[in-house]
Design a protein around this ligand. Structure first.
Ligand SMILES: *[C@@H]1O[C@H](CO)[C@@H](O)[C@H](O)[C@H]1NC(C)=O
Ligand SMILES: *[C@@H]1O[C@H](CO)[C@@H](O)[C@H](O)[C@H]1NC(C)=O
Length: 186
């Protein structure tokens, strides 16, 4: 899901703005290690490659050095499994809610910002790539620890992404998480 898919979603122009949003404030006591584990994608910005992907999961596997290995899994439209491995590393001296994502397919580091999470139930995140002010493309997600998320929380997080982080409401779509057989968390 994350990197290859972001780039192509970006080329599809899912959310264009010309500048990247101000990174989210880091809440007091924020602990990135608690972001580790499995997340189910419940809402995403629509885009070319993620188009039709069902049963999308993002696994953040905490390493002993405090950074993460990542595994993104999904089912393509044609029923084939899609899997992608990568890393998500903290940024030395950077905000605690920023991770630099690199994948096996696109070895370009992409800044991934966690805009809100309670670690145990929900998370919202975005990326922004490009050359501001010439062009930028943003991709955003709402994640859940289960394959569903209650409507009120989902709405609060999509409102946050659209009001504060420049995501177009029309670009958001619900990820199909029905009839899924998930791979175990690595
Ligand atoms: C992270 O990935 C590296 C390279 O594939 C692997 O050697 C290492 O065991 C992984 N660590 C964890 C905690 O999964
Ligand atoms: C979700 O995927 C399942 C399995 O392919 C399908 O039966 C269902 O119609 C899809 N739901 C939506 C809303 O597209």
């Amino acid at each position: 899901m994350i990197s290859t898919l972001i780039l192509v979603a970006a080329l599809a122009g899912s959310a264009y703005s010309g500048s990247c949003p101000t990174p989210p404030p880091v809440p007091a006591g924020f602990d990135i290690t608690k972001f580790g584990g499995r997340w189910y994608e419940v809402v995403r910005t629509s885009g070319f490659t993620e188009n039709g992907l069902r049963c999308v999961t993002a696994d953040f596997i905490l390493r002993s050095d405090g950074d993460f290995n990542t595994t993104n899994s999904a089912i393509r439209k044609n029923g084939e499994a899609a899997i992608e491995h990568g890393t998500a590393n903290r940024v030395k001296g950077g905000p605690a809610d920023e991770l630099k994502m690199v994948s096996s397919t696109i070895p370009l580091p992409i800044a991934f910002y966690i805009v809100d999470t309670d670690y145990d139930t929900y998370a919202a995140a975005y990326t922004c790539i490009g050359v501001p002010p010439l062009f930028t493309y943003e991709t955003a997600w709402v994640f859940s620890r289960k394959n569903t998320l209650d409507e009120a929380t989902t709405k609060r997080l999509t409102d946050l992404l659209t009001s504060k982080y420049g995501i177009y409401e029309s670009s958001l779509e619900v990820t199909n998480q029905t009839d899924c057989t998930y791979t175990p968390f690595p």
